[in-house]
Design a protein around this ligand. Structure first.
Ligand SMILES: Nc1ncnc2c1ncn2[C@@H]1O[C@H](COP(=O)(O)OP(=O)(O)OP(=O)(O)O)[C@@H](O)[C@H]1O
Ligand SMILES: [Zn+2]
Length: 592
């Protein structure tokens, strides 16, 4: 039996890093202090919002707008003055939180709310060999995962389900549910006042339609091909952000254009264009301040139009006050949220979709699942339970746990979950650090590779990439390759079969990216998979190949390699041959 006084000493000397001082973090810090932990450091980038007060019990009304990490530290010290609790009001992504920093701690406890930060801490703990207890909650659902290097799965061993996204053509052309209109309205806001992302354009798009539904009969869409709508931001600037003209562009002109894409409306009810002046006749229009207060009943269309107009004026002022900093969507910004709600409802109305209250639209736009204090409390309790086992050296006893929303048939809401071994194909914690990237090489830009693939998808912070066949630098985090960002991958001699050795110095993380072409993809569209997909048409051929044939090929390849090695002239071709062989071993066709 473990001896409490002996173990208590370990608790007193263990150095703990807590990342996040929100719902789970507050409970966790309280538990650590109450259990007798003496050396704790907490990091949180955020300040306290009034909406946090119902569950983040260390915070009071007078703390609103102060640093979460700082107030949590101050309040905990009040009831446990002996604790050496320190804080940073910073993002965990800052460079000073490097691997050596993580190495200073005996254990890291995550109380975060986003995948990007979780992935990052997972990699840092992996590199620093520091045990990590990961956690999360969403409403009544909660979970705790223990991550021990080489012993358990890491946070990235299994692919996480992607956040639900909608096809571009549904959002731009054929919404059928209110959520499609809400997503569209968020894009309208970004197009008008945020950083323009061409992938999020809101104008009707015949090309997207053709790309996503090539099978559709578009012979009678010629009229639409003749007049292509211009981008929303460009239009808005041209009319000096006049609300009435923007309204008429979005809800009259663009809708007339959509109606010309005939095949869309063969099986759907077509939308009805609605002008600014006609919309004002649809119901009573409440004054701006009154409708702002009225979040739970459904605004009339006339109220939405007034709201649309008032919000554009306010947002234009806000954007002009700081022209170098585009606005970004924030569900807690009342004007932005009112604009999105109004805009989404007008769109819903003209597409014959029932309108919703601003409150309901906020929940959809902000992806909000109400936080439940008791789920957070159970999760935080389990984090400390598992942390104590780890620091006592009882690693065989550690367990993952889950809290579920509905009791199981046995009436359980709390359960232990399986502790899985590390995934041998995990590109973070296994030796197989590789992924397969499917892209259209003639269309994807270097900027797309950097921002969308390496940063957003593979979660690197400052990626570098070298094309292994030629040993040439493709992407450099020191800015050397910045002038090439708009170049297409094909222009940079990246081809089907290229291998990109990508790494992130800060995370001490490297991954080989095997490039495979998919000419059906548009622009920066891509797909990343952990195992290469078999080309459909080649599958049958390969099965037909007799074993003898395969053996003969192996033999020939071996012979070739021996010959090549004996005629080796310089280093570079040798690098290339090895890489080519490596690619062949993966079954990728190499184009030289
Ligand atoms: N990169 C990061 N660095 C440091 N702290 C982070 C980082 N990302 C998220 N956090 C913190 O993790 C905490 C997560 O807590 P929680 O899920 O309760 O979120 P919240 O923002 O307080 O609540 P809600 O999202 O429900 O309004 C937040 O306080 C947030 O600031
Ligand atoms: Zn892993």
């Amino acid at each position: 039996m473990p001896c409490w006084t002996e173990d208590h000493k370990k608790i007193q000397t263990t150095k703990v890093l807590v990342v996040g001082a929100g719902g789970i973090g507050c409970e966790l810090l309280k538990n650590l202090a109450a259990t007798g932990f003496k050396h704790v450091h907490v990091i949180d980038l955020d300040t306290i919002d009034v909406s946090n007060l119902n569950r983040q019990f260390l915070f009071r009304k007078e703390h609103v707008s102060s640093s979460k990490a700082e107030i949590a530290t101050r309040v905990i010290k009040k009831f446990n003055p002996d604790i050496n609790l320190t804080f940073d009001h910073s993002s965990i992504f800052e460079e000073r939180f490097n691997i050596a920093f993580y190495g200073n701690f005996d254990i890291v406890l995550n109380a975060l709310d986003n995948k990007q930060a979780r992935n990052h801490v997972n990699r840092m703990c992996h590199s620093a060999r520091t045990p990590l207890v990961e956690s999360g909650s969403a409403g009544f659902f909660g979970q705790v995962q223990v991550i021990l290097k080489d012993k358990t799965e890491c946070y990235e061993c299994q692919e996480k389900p992607k956040q639900k996204t909608f096809p571009g053509c549904t959002i731009r052309n054929t919404p059928s549910e209110h959520i499609h209109c809400t997503v569209w309205a968020k894009h309208v806001f970004s197009q008008l006042f945020g950083e323009v992302d061409i992938d999020d354009d809101v104008s009707p798009d015949l090309k997207a339609e053709e790309a996503e539904h090539p099978e559709a009969d578009s012979q009678d869409d010629e009229a639409a091909k003749e007049s292509v709508p211009i981008g929303t931001r460009q239009w808005a600037e041209g009319v000096n952000f006049d609300a009435e003209q923007i309204f008429n562009k979005l809800f009259v002109q663009d809708i007339h254009y959509l109606l010309k894409i005939n095949h869309l409306w063969k099986t759907r009810k077509p939308p009805t264009p609605l002008s600014f002046s006609d919309a004002l006749k649809l119901g009573d229009s409440l004054p701006f301040s009154e409708s702002q207060k009225n979040q739970t009943s459904v605004w009339s269309i006339a109220t939405c139009v007034k709201m649309f107009e008032a919000c554009i004026q306010e947002l234009k002022k806000e954007a002009n006050a700081n022209p170098d900093e585009p606005l970004s969507f924030d569900k807690d910004h009342p004007i932005i949220m009112s604009f999105v709600a109004a805009c989404a409802n007008v769109r819903a109305h003209i597409f014959n979709i029932p309108t919703k209250s601003a409150f309901e639209i906020k929940a959809m736009a902000g992806n909000i699942i109400p936080a439940i204090a008791s789920t957070n409390a159970i999760v935080a309790g389990m984090i400390v339970t598992e942390a104590v086992k780890i620091i006592e050296g009882r690693e065989d006893e550690v367990k993952n746990s889950v809290i579920v929303a509905k009791p199981t048939t046995r009436g359980q809401v709390f359960m232990f979950a399986n502790m899985n071994k590390p995934n041998p194909r995990c590109y973070v914690c296994s030796d197989t650090k590789e992924v397969f990237l499917y892209v259209n090489l003639a269309e994807m830009t270097l900027s797309g590779l950097c921002e969308k693939v390496l940063k957003q998808e593979l979660n690197m912070l400052a990626p570098d990439a070298i094309e292994s066949n030629t040993n040439s630098i493709v992407l450099s985090s020191d800015g050397e390759t910045d002038p090439l960002m708009s170049k297409k991958l094909a222009e940079l001699s990246i081809m089907d079969g290229s291998i990109l050795a990508c790494d992130d110095f800060m995370q001490d993380f490297g991954v080989k990216v095997f490039v495979c072409k998919n000419s059906n993809f548009k622009g920066d569209q891509f797909e990343i998979v952990r195992e290469m997909k078999k080309p459909v048409d080649k599958e049958e051929d390969e099965e037909k190949k007799s074993e003898e044939e395969n053996k003969k090929e192996d033999e020939d390849r071996r012979k070739r390699k021996v010959e090549e090695q004996s005629t080796k002239v310089d280093d570079e071709p040798e690098i290339k041959r090895n890489r080519v062989e490596e690619v062949q071993a993966q079954g990728i066709e190499v184009m030289e």
